[in-house]
Design a protein around this ligand. Structure first.
Ligand SMILES: [Zn+2]
Length: 202
């Protein structure tokens, strides 16, 4: 079975996926499900990642307390009341809750074939069983800083393929601002190097 690095693969929407098919575009290597065709649209307009704050970091795999010890999702900045949009076509499967002992926070789960998306700290504005198109409004962001003082207001998204959690970040069709900033810094540095190089020849 071929192994892929999924970070630079052209993504095409093609649901549902099938891991059992050796010709499938999905392969599993070292605990990571690699998908060649999973596209996620941003769930907040011009979405930005939470990054790090006094409470920790929002990227996938960031250290956490508890049994797993690692962040199972990806945090996207959203002030309370912000509309959240569906990242995929799918069906509203249920409303999972992030904290069994805290009724102030809720979530939404969307499924399409082998792909399952959970979004937490968002109160659903759709019904269970409802069919969704990518970009449909689905929920309203809740106030997570009321629970964790000082935390960046955000919603938490988890993505599963065949019930194995994956890092959502590489699958968003619009890359995060941080990546663009790094790109421009890189380009700027490259131009300086070229300019200095030309000057040497003059
Ligand atoms: Zn999170």
């Amino acid at each position: 079975m071929p192994a892929f690095n999924n970070t630079n693969i052209e993504l095409i929407p093609d649901f549902p996926y099938d891991l059992g098919d050796p010709n499938s575009l999905l392969f599993q290597t070292d605990q990571t499900i690699l998908t060649t065709n999973l596209n996620l649209q941003e769930i907040v307009p011009n979405q930005k990642e939470r990054g790090c704050d006094s409470r920790g970091c929002g990227h996938f795999g960031a250290p956490r307390g508890g049994v797993d010890g690692a962040h199972q999702g990806f945090d996207i900045i959203a002030t309370p009341g912000t509309k959240i949009y569906s990242p995929i076509d799918g069906v509203v499967e249920r409303f999972p809750i992030p904290y069994p002992d805290d009724p102030n926070y809720s979530g939404i789960e969307i499924r399409n074939g082998n792909v399952k998306i959970k979004i937490f700290y968002a109160s659903a504005t759709v019904q269970i069983g409802q069919n969704l198109k990518t970009g449909d409004p689905i929920a309203i962001a809740q106030d997570i800083s009321a629970k964790y003082d000082g935390i960046t207001q955000h919603v938490h998204i988890e993505v599963y393929v065949n019930d194995i959690v994956i890092d959502p970040e590489p699958h968003f069709t619009r890359k995060f601002k941080r990546n663009n900033a790094q790109l421009f810094l890189g380009l700027g540095f490259g131009l300086i190097v070229v300019a200095v190089g030309i000057k040497e020849f003059l």
